[in-house]
Design a protein. Structure first.
Length: 250
C-alpha cells in the first residue's frame, strides 16, 4: 500500500474549518466521485454504541473484528445483538442538516455519490426508503461487503464501478479511525466531519488518521468543494450493485 503511505506523508495538517473566499487555490484538485459514510455523516448519530458493546460483550477493541474470531454460535448471538441495537435506532433516524443541499450540488455537477457503512443492508434500505428523497446512493455497500472499513476495499470497488481513479474521489465521514483511514489507504482525499468539536485538538490525528480537511457541517463541505476542487463528473451514475460481496486483497 505504498500509494497510501506516500499520500499520507505528503499531507500537511488538515485544512481549517473556515475557508477564506479570497484565497482561491491556483491548481484545484479534480473530483469525479464522492463516497459517504452513513451513520453520523448522512444521518444524525443515534446508534448507542455503548449499549451495543454491552449487549454483544465486546467492551474494548473493534467490535466486528473481535466477533469475527469467535465460534459460530457465539458470533450469531453477538451479530443479532448488534442488529437489534441498529434496528432500534432506525426509529430515531434523521438526515444530517445540509445533506440534501450538498447532494443536490453534486447532482448539478453530475458527480456520482456512493455510500460505505459498517451498518447492515436493512438500515441502508430504510435510509433510502424513508428519509432520502433524491437519487439513491450507488453503490451503497454495507458491512456485508467484506472487508469492511477501515480496509479500503469497498472504496476501491466503488471507484472501479465508476471507472475513475481513487485520487479522483473523496471520502467523507465522521470517524477518523474508520472513514479517514479507509480513504487515505485507498489513496483519495478525506474529509472528517466533526459536528461535536471532538477534533479541535488534532494531536490524535496521526498517520492514516489525518484527514485532508476537517469541517463541522455538511454545509461547509459544499463550500469547500466549490472553493478547493473542480467537480468534473460526466453523468449521474445510478443502478444496482452488480458485484457480490467479496474479499479484497487491498
Amino acid at each position: 500500500m505504498m500509494l497510501a503511505r506516500t499520500f499520507c506523508a505528503a499531507r500537511s495538517s488538515p485544512r481549517s474549518r473556515f475557508m477564506s473566499a479570497s484565497a482561491q487555490p491556483a491548481n484545484r484538485g479534480v473530483i469525479k466521485g464522492v463516497i459517504f459514510d452513513m451513520d453520523g455523516t448522512l444521518t444524525m448519530p443515534v446508534i448507542d454504541f455503548t449499549e451495543m458493546r454491552r449487549r454483544c460483550g465486546v467492551l474494548t477493541g473493534d467490535v466486528l473484528d473481535t466477533i469475527a474470531g469467535w465460534p459460530a454460535d457465539k458470533q450469531h448471538a453477538a451479530n443479532q445483538a448488534i442488529k437489534d441495537v441498529e434496528d432500534e435506532a432506525l426509529v430515531r433516524m434523521q438526515l444530517m442538516p445540509g445533506l440534501l443541499e450538498l447532494c443536490s450540488f453534486l447532482e448539478s455537477k453530475h458527480v456520482p455519490r456512493g455510500l460505505v457503512t459498517r451498518n447492515v443492508d436493512t438500515s441502508v434500505k430504510y435510509f433510502h426508503d424513508k428519509h432520502f428523497t433524491l437519487t439513491p446512493f450507488w453503490p451503497a455497500l454495507s458491512r456485508d461487503f467484506k472487508p469492511y472499513k477501515p480496509n479500503p476495499g469497498a472504496l476501491l470497488h466503488i471507484c472501479q464501478q465508476w471507472s475513475i481513479m481513487p485520487q479522483e474521489a473523496i471520502m467523507i465521514g465522521d470517524s477518523a479511525r474508520d472513514d479517514v483511514v479507509a480513504g487515505n489507504r485507498a489513496g483519495m482525499g478525506t474529509i472528517l466531519l466533526d459536528t461535536t468539536g471532538a477534533y479541535v485538538d488534532q494531536s490524535s490525528l496521526q498517520g492514516d488518521m489525518k484527514p485532508t480537511h476537517i469541517v463541522s457541517s455538511l454545509a461547509q463541505i459544499c463550500k469547500l468543494l466549490q472553493h478547493e476542487y473542480s467537480c468534473q463528473g460526466t453523468a449521474n451514475i445510478t443502478g444496482p450493485v452488480t458485484a457480490t460481496p467479496t474479499e479484497s486483497s487491498s
